[in-house]
Write a protein that binds this ligand. Structure first.
Ligand code: AGP
Length: 608
């Protein structure tokens, strides 16, 4: 997804921007660019592909700059070409802009601007912003930006510089995340805190409809009517080291291995074992309303949605609240029947996923109480929901979500206890769940020790072009998650199914070249799952079975087995997901693919 960094201050502007831009590489991008003001001119350079290509273009030019903006682009309107890469310049080359988001009325604006003589060089929606500012510019850059914002429809996070105003960057946000990094004699504008952590941990999160004028020693924020608004400087807790790989070859492996610690962090200070209860500070403010809810709808995308499916089963089984999970992208366009007795829970690692955010806004409009299960502190979803629980999983850099999934299920288990204990859940049941949650980190550690064995298994199966994942009840969402992991980083065609559904069509796919990965722990639906595995065995399918330690019964059916420790059925996904993640990781590795940055994908999907 596109990234923005702007810098004004005492350091070399070019180097600072390039270094900060590299910290956004994990978000996924296909071209990059930079614009600086130097000696009363705008200097701009762009390149298709990695930032290193941009660096090559800048070699031996020795720019220093007084102020600058930079961008990593993930193509939406127009192909990934040099022309379409940002920054975009005004016709006279005096103004440069970078933009995240989508300008929905760009076609009509472009036509109007062309009639006024503006020349466009790209196919992007973003370029209209540079020309509009040029049209309105009369020495005051901010005034021209404000007028521009009144003309555009859609979403934006923008940073703007002008050769005549080298003492400032103008930044504005609507629907696309943007922060200010506050330093000593230097200030930053960025789309993501990771970009600036090496320089400052003090940040201001801009809200939708806010516009900032940033100089090297100061910043001021107004609304789009130029009225001053109050802001707060926040201290970011993530360290720069936390954003690095800690000695692992890839972020994905680092994040898989962090899962025991992530469970500890997600539950720290939240378990009250003696009362069989939990304490979720982020939900205190809405506790009375939550007591009255009659229905839960979970909205999320991708992996977060699979975590939500586990939550759905937990809420119904233990809290006795009717629950359902929706694709956020569908929810926003339906006419969901919701009222003030409905809690709509958004699950999102990034807290910036456009569809999930839109779903939450729609739910709010309809009067539901909205809650967030979000990892990125201060993100838009975290701020726009009525209340919520942070995952505290730390930054997740690999595009494939791993530790966030585990922390999402952990938080959902905590919420289940909270909802349940407010209703009919007994002290004994509450205690059993909370005690078992506290045992999970050790058990996940044990699962992760099988890393090398799973590596061998993955190497053995890497030659297959197709895979079917099967699971029942709490393990059905895992079948989907296992298949998604394999697809996204190994480019293997994989389908995740509820075991019982297989015989309604998909079983036709099974033959000796179409292996099955069955997730069948010894739980209440184990026998049913085994019958489905028998059905695939009869079609000569190769079978990997993931089951509970000590269950030797499956060995007669399986070509290969993976064992996980016993836990409560509702918590099994937390133990069973690591082997699926490791399997996908090693298949990808053995194919020589880019594990952390798979093709066509972005870490956070901030467009519809
Ligand atoms: C999972 O590996 C994905 N990269 C993707 O499905 C992701 O979970 C989804 O885009 C939702 O992201 P979010 O949690 O940041 O909202």
């Amino acid at each position: 997804m596109c990234g923005i960094v702007g810098y004004i201050g005492k350091k070399n502007v070019e180097n600072t921007l390039l270094e900060s831009l590299k910290r956004l590489e994990y978000r996924g991008y296909d071209s990059a660019g930079i614009a600086l003001v130097e000696d009363k001119k705008i200097i701009s350079e762009k390149a298709v592909g990695k930032i290193i290509n941009l660096e090559k273009n800048l070699e031996n030019k020795e720019y220093t700059g007084e102020v600058g903006i930079s961008h990593t682009r993930w193509a939406t309107h127009g192909k990934p070409t040099r022309e379409n890469a940002h920054p975009h310049l005004s016709c006279d080359g005096n103004i440069a802009i970078v933009h995240n988001g989508i300008i929905e009325n760009y076609q009509s604006l472009r036509e109007d601007l062309k009639k006024k003589g503006h020349k466009f060089v790209s196919e992007t929606d973003s370029e209209v912003i540079a020309h509009l500012i040029e049209e309105f510019y009369k020495c005051d850059l901010k005034a021209a930006v404000l007028k521009t914002l009144k003309c555009v429809e859609g979403t934006y996070g923008i940073a703007v510089i002008s050769k005549d105003n080298p003492e400032e960057i103008i930044a504005a946000r609507k629907g696309s995340p943007l922060i200010l990094g506050v330093g000593d004699g230097e200030n930053f504008v960025a789309s993501d805190v990771s970009a600036i952590l090496g320089h400052t941990k003090q940040v201001v999160y801009l809200n939708d409809g806010e516009v900032a004028r940033v100089t090297k020693d100061n910043f001021e924020i107004t609304n789009t009517d130029n009225q001053k608004v109050k802001c707060e400087i926040n201290q970011v807790e993530w360290s720069l080291e936390e954003s690095q790989k800690s000695g692992h070859e890839h972020f994905m492996m680092k994040e898989i291995m962090e899962q025991p610690e992530v469970i500890i962090n997600s539950t720290r200070g939240r378990l009250i074992i003696e009362d069989g209860d939990v304490k979720l500070g982020g939900l205190e403010s809405v506790k009375d309303e939550l007591r009255k809810i009659e229905r839960i709808i979970i909205v999320a995308c991708g992996t977060a949605r699979f975590a939500g499916m586990v939550g759905e089963y937990m809420f119904e089984e233990y809290a006795e609240i009717p629950a359902e999970v929706e694709y956020a992208s569908e929810f926003r366009y339906r006419k969901p029947i919701i009222n003030e007795r409905t809690a709509v829970i958004a699950i999102s690692q990034s807290g910036e996923t456009a569809d999930t955010l839109a779903a939450i806004r729609e739910a709010k409009r309809k009067g539901a109480i909205t809650l967030g299960i979000v990892n990125a502190v201060g993100s838009t979803i975290a701020r726009e929901t009525d209340a919520g629980v942070y995952n505290h999983a730390g930054p997740e850099i690999a595009v494939a979500s791993t530790k966030a999934f585990t922390s999402q299920i952990t938080v959902l288990a905590l919420m289940t206890v909270m909802f349940g204990r407010e209703r009919k859940m007994s002290l004994v049941t509450g205690k059993r769940i909370v005690e078992e949650i506290s045992e999970l980190p050790k058990k996940v550690e044990k699962v992760l020790k099988q890393k090398d064995q799973i590596k061998k298994l993955a190497e053995k199966y890497a030659k297959y072009d197709n895979f079917m994942y099967l699971g029942r009840k709490y393990c059905f969402p895992l079948a989907e998650e296992g298949a998604l992991k394999l697809k996204e980083i190994s480019y293997v065609n994989a389908v995740g199914l509820a075991s019982g559904e297989m015989k309604h069509g998909s079983i036709a796919l099974i033959d000796k070249n179409f292996p099955v990965f069955a997730i069948a722990p010894k739980d209440s639906v184990y026998e049913k799952g085994i019958s489905n595995i028998e059905e695939t065995k009869a079609r000569n399918g190769k079978i990997i079975i993931l089951t509970t330690e000590g269950n030797k019964d499956v060995e007669r059916l399986a070509d290969d087995c993976i064992y996980i420790p016993k836990t409560l059925e509702m918590l099994t996904p937390i133990l069973a997901v690591a082997p699926l993640q490791l399997f996908a990781y090693y298949v990808s590795l053995s194919k020589g693919l880019d594990v952390d940055k798979p093709r066509n994908l972005a870490k956070s999907v901030t467009v519809e």
